[in-house]
Design a protein around this ligand. Structure first.
Ligand SMILES: *[C@@H]1O[C@H](CO)[C@@H](O)[C@H](O)[C@H]1NC(C)=O
Ligand SMILES: *[C@@H]1O[C@H](CO)[C@@H](O)[C@H](O)[C@H]1NC(C)=O
Ligand SMILES: *[C@@H]1O[C@H](CO)[C@@H](O)[C@H](O)[C@H]1NC(C)=O
Ligand SMILES: *[C@@H]1O[C@H](CO)[C@@H](O)[C@H](O)[C@H]1NC(C)=O
Ligand SMILES: *[C@@H]1O[C@H](CO)[C@@H](O)[C@H](O)[C@H]1NC(C)=O
Ligand SMILES: *[C@@H]1O[C@H](CO)[C@@H](O)[C@H](O)[C@H]1NC(C)=O
Ligand SMILES: *[C@@H]1O[C@H](CO)[C@@H](O)[C@H](O)[C@H]1NC(C)=O
Ligand SMILES: *[C@@H]1O[C@H](CO)[C@@H](O)[C@H](O)[C@H]1NC(C)=O
Length: 377
């Protein structure tokens, strides 16, 4: 018998024990890389697909500073992500001709998805998960697959998945039911990196904005996508007050502004000039929305900053500031003013009751009544 045959069992056991003590054998089991299967599901609706992706949202405290930096797009990837968002907005029956730009081709896929109820969508989505979490978490972007399916020039977005519960599902359902032009959902909970943002510094010392909060940090790819959507809309059909808006769905806790079921804002607070903007006789999207939501939900309190002292006015929302005339390089430090505000930004804070699937049809009626049909339709 050869000497090595005698020695092998012992050597293997020692090696195994040694590796186990070092944790090297167990570690690969906790880093399972998988294809995300949501968009390939042929027996699901768009709402199912949105809920399926929602489960991959990067969770609270997931990132260290180092893993956060590794998950951020580099300069080229960020440009390519914006190009991808723009190319989806141009889609008209040619979703499958989109070629994902090289620097993000190993991260994002573009898929034509057919809802079991009939409508078709063009979906840009991340395709790899690690241990059940998006490998990057830059976000999900969806448009109708053809232009004739666009009924309203409105863009729906959910910046706070997993935190403002049910807002991704609500934004997805309302995008579909109103024939909106686009749907954007962040892939990270706002607390995914618990390090504080160095973009917007809150005025209250009891508030913390985290690096992965796309409402308050311009480094989040959700912000770049939002900016691209706005630029596209302005460069193509424009954004007239009668028919167009950029809408963010948020959710508030039960103890936050408890008497407001919904609190609507265009990103202005309640300085005298701002209150005048909300209360003057000029027709504005936010005022029409309030009127139609009150008709749809007659027993709820639906307020503007001019009606309520709720603090959730969104004056420090970075995309809101951009829409409201602040130069991009100044949206971290500077708030907008009543002289600059455009009215195109619609920020909706809601109690949980307003986010339930049972009230989607009332919501749909209110949005359809608020916005005139798409200019291009
Ligand atoms: C694998 O996952 C563990 C925690 O689950 C993490 O500490 C480690 O860095 C991961 N390894 C790689 C290569 O991502
Ligand atoms: C496809 O979607 C349906 C509806 O959400 C779900 O019940 C089913 O489990 C999904 N199938 C797969 C393979 O994920
Ligand atoms: C992470 O970065 C932030 C600033 O960006 C810093 O305040 C914090 O101390 C860092 N955390 C660690 C653990 O290095
Ligand atoms: C899809 O069609 C639209 C409208 O004709 C066009 O503007 C766009 O460039 C096309 N996209 C691709 C990827 O071919
Ligand atoms: C997504 O793209 C990658 C890289 O091109 C490819 O390997 C994968 O099969 C694609 N997945 C789907 C569902 O198309
Ligand atoms: C926060 O600010 C208040 C009033 O400005 C002050 O009284 C309090 O000490 C501050 N708290 C902390 C933790 O800095
Ligand atoms: C509406 O507001 C009033 C007065 O602030 C309050 O008493 C009432 O409970 C609120 N209703 C709801 C449904 O929140
Ligand atoms: C704001 O309006 C109130 C009531 O009309 C008035 O008393 C106050 O002086 C105004 N404040 C400023 C800064 O103009």
């Amino acid at each position: 018998m050869h000497l090595s045959t005698l020695l092998l069992p012992l050597t293997w056991m020692d090696l195994t024990r040694g590796l186990e003590i070092l944790g090297l054998l167990r570690q690969p089991l906790s880093n399972i890389s998988d294809q995300i299967p949501c968009v390939q599901n042929t027996t699901s609706t768009l709402e199912d697909v949105v809920a399926c992706f929602d489960a991959y949202t990067v969770p609270e405290g997931y990132y260290s500073n180092a893993t956060y930096v590794a998950a951020q797009p580099n300069v080229e990837q960020l440009q390519d992500w914006e190009e991808l968002v723009s190319s989806l907005l141009f889609v008209d029956g040619n979703c499958t001709s989109i070629i994902v730009p090289t620097s993000i081709a190993e991260i994002y896929n573009v898929s034509l998805f057919t809802d079991t109820a009939g409508p078709e969508y063009c979906v840009a989505s991340e395709f790899t998960s690690i241990d059940g979490v998006y490998a990057k978490g830059w976000g999900l972007f969806v448009v109708p697959a053809t232009r004739n399916a666009v009924l309203r020039d409105i863009h729906l977005a959910a910046p706070h998945p997993a935190y403002d519960l049910l807002t991704p599902e609500q934004a997805g359902a309302l995008f579909k039911s109103t024939g909106a032009r686009s749907l954007l959902i962040s892939g990270r909970i706002r607390t995914a990196n618990l390090a504080p943002s160095d973009c917007v510094i809150p005025s209250s010392n009891t508030t913390v904005y985290y690096k992965t909060d796309p409402a308050h940090d311009t480094a989040e790819p959700f912000f770049s996508a939002s900016r691209t959507i706005r630029e596209w809309q302005h460069a193509n059909d424009g954004c007239p007050a009668q028919s167009c808006a950029f809408i963010q769905m948020h959710g508030k806790g039960a103890t936050s502004c408890p008497t407001d079921t919904m609190f609507l804002s265009s990103g202005l607070g309640r300085s005298n000039a701002s209150v005048a903007w909300y209360t003057d006789t000029v027709d504005r999207p936010i005022k029409r929305l309030k009127t139609h939501l009150m008709a749809a939900f007659p027993t709820w309190n639906i307020s503007l900053p001019s009606d309520s002292d709720c603090s959730l006015t969104a004056t420090d929302n970075v995309f809101g500031r951009l829409v409201n005339g602040i130069a991009e390089q100044l949206v971290c430090p500077d708030a907008s003013t009543a002289e600059l505000v455009t009215g195109e930004f619609v920020h909706i804070e809601q109690a949980i009751i307003s986010r339930q699937a049972g009230v989607y049809s009332e919501w749909t009626a209110a949005l359809l009544a608020t916005f005139a049909p798409s200019v291009g339709a």
